[in-house]
Design a binder for this molecule. Structure first.
Ligand SMILES: Nc1ncnc2c1ncn2[C@@H]1O[C@H](COP(=O)(O)OP(=O)(O)OP(=O)(O)O)[C@@H](O)[C@H]1O
Ligand SMILES: [Mg+2]
Length: 498
């Protein structure tokens, strides 16, 4: 019998008072894709970090290729055993080039001098096998999140890993990139690699997965052959109950116009041209389109994150100038951005500080922060959003990925907002928590706030919005009324290159 690539049994791990893993088992066979599923904070990333030597286990047995690991691994020794991990939070050095990142600590040198040309050539080859059109000499900070994710994958593959852990690899990828990734996964499978695959996008599992293992609250629930189960069984095993309502839509009459964007242009990112739209009070306006259509660029320009190169923003009938996020906030316009690590969170601060940071003017006076008020506000947010944390003084970097995303979304909600913009708010969020985020969005709607909602998931766009602007190639290609349209029509306009 061929040995399992990895087998863990009775694994436990706690972080002070948090029991992240409690007697968990998992195994990976050669040539299979094994999905590890569970709600935010279930312990998926922690288990993967133990297998890849980032964390050490408190107890439990660990075998690689049938050999028992008696001590602890570290990332280097795990790597030399052929274990590679693509972390949930991107780990690239933004100021280095693609090639420098892929070959970090494995640089090509001749007599101590870096051979940049050779490096670029080698990395270009890896990128080509992945079917990726990325210039190896590009600085990583100039790439969109989706491309950065692909660079991470390229980096792991270049290390000849036999066991490849992908912690939410597709959460920031375009449909085409997902296709390319799945092709690569198929090749790796054929070559006998094993892939551990973590994702909250359950619909995509059927395309690649052989087996699934489900964790709940740090405990092992079940391992199933994918062919013998279905999504509703998987979801109820994940959340421990049956979920009924997927999209808690509320229908109400919209109020007066709150935001008017006229002929907006921006040269940042993929660039946008002549984008005009209106947003009304109590309305959810979705921006649909494929990744790279320019939706985030629109959002970044109106919220002051990028400089506009032309156009006008009118709030409540009054033209306003927004050059910085601070000016946007002063106008009552808030944005929960797409890249939480870069733009949305101070990961080295606590949960309490992150939640109240945008509201320092409310919780402080003359530079004195009122801790009690701050605590109250933070406590409310943690309860409302069901953020899984031992306390509000936990560092944000120690929260699970999905719980970090809840902080990004939640921290603006204590402000008096006129317009709230969400850019991919449910990325990396489990099925049950998605509904909590939808409820927050509905609360804003009920309170007469105009909500702008960028999402790549069409079911969510159709399930939650009132109106949809479709973008392609930096332009608006259609304005649709949600109740009168469907997925097919949106896709038609989303691919209308002209
Ligand atoms: N370094 C750490 N210090 C303290 N607590 C931690 C640390 N790492 C993880 N935890 C806690 O352990 C639990 C499991 O977290 P983990 O990141 O493994 O969840 P996850 O299943 O990957 O969730 P998600 O789907 O949101 O990414 C969470 O409650 C988290 O807050
Ligand atoms: Mg995780």
């Amino acid at each position: 019998m061929v040995a399992d690539l990895v087998r863990v049994e009775h694994i436990s791990k706690s972080f002070s008072e948090v029991m992240a893993l409690d007697d968990v088992q998992f195994d990976l066979r050669p040539g299979e894709v094994h999905a590890l599923l569970g709600e935010n904070g279930a312990g998926k990333s922690t288990l993967m970090k133990i297998i890849s030597g980032v964390y050490t286990r408190d107890s439990g047995d660990f075998y690689v290729n049938g050999t028992k690991i008696t001590g602890d691994l570290n990332p280097q020794s795990a790597q030399s055993l052929g274990i590679g991990i693509i972390h949930q939070e991107l780990n690239l050095c933004p100021h280095l080039t693609v090639a420098e990142n892929v070959l970090l600590n494995r640089e090509f040198t001749v007599s101590g001098v870096l051979n940049e040309k050779k490096q670029n050539e080698a990395v270009k080859q890896y990128l080509t096998t992945l079917n990726l059109d990325i210039d190896p000499s590009t600085r990583v900070s100039n790439l969109p999140v989706s491309k950065q994710q692909m660079v991470e994958i390229c980096k792991t593959l270049s290390m000849n890993a036999k066991i490849i852990i992908m912690d939410e690899p597709t959460s920031a990828l375009t449909e085409k990139e997902i296709e390319d990734l799945f092709k690569v996964i198929a090749v790796l499978k054929n070559e006998g690699h094993g892939i551990i695959y973590i994702s909250h996008r359950l619909e995509e599992l059927s395309r690649i997965v052989d087996r699934v293992t489900i964790l709940r609250d740090g405990k092992y629930v079940k391992t199933l052959n994918f062919a013998d189960t279905n999504l509703s069984e998987i979801i109820s095993l994940m959340v421990g109950r049956t979920l009924t309502e997927k999209f808690p839509r509320i229908d109400m009459k919209r109020g007066e116009k709150v935001l008017e964007v006229k002929n907006l242009s921006s040269f940042h990112g993929v660039g946008v041209k002549n984008v005009s739209f209106d947003l009304y009070r109590g309305e959810i306006l979705a921006f649909a389109g494929l990744m790279g259509a320019g939706r985030s660029e629109v959002v970044r320009a109106i919220s002051g994150a990028d400089k506009m190169s032309g156009g006008e923003i009118v709030i409540h009938g009054k033209p306003v100038k927004i050059h910085t996020p601070r000016e946007a906030i002063a106008q009552g316009l808030f944005c929960a951005p797409e890249d939480r690590k870069r733009d949305g969170l101070c990961v080295k601060m606590t949960l309490r500080e992150n939640i109240t940071l945008p509201s320092l003017d409310i919780v402080s006076k003359l530079a004195i922060i009122f801790r009690k008020l701050e605590s109250q506000k933070a406590k409310m947010m943690i309860q409302n959003l069901k953020i899984k944390t031992p306390s509000m003084d936990q560092y944000v970097k120690n929260l699970s990925g999905g719980n970090q995303q809840k902080v990004v979304v939640g921290k603006w909600l204590m402000r008096d907002a006129k317009v709230v913009i969400f850019d991919e708010p449910t990325r990396g969020i489990d099925v049950a928590s998605k509904i909590e985020i939808y409820n927050i969005i509905n609360d804003l709607k009920r309170n007469g706030i105009g909500v702008l909602f960028v999402s790549s998931e069409l079911p969510e766009v159709l399930g939650m919005s009132d109106r949809i602007m479709v973008m392609c190639n930096g332009r608006i290609t259609a304005e649709l009324i949600t109740k009168d349209t469907d997925q097919e029509e949106i896709l038609k306009y989303a691919t209308q290159y002209s």
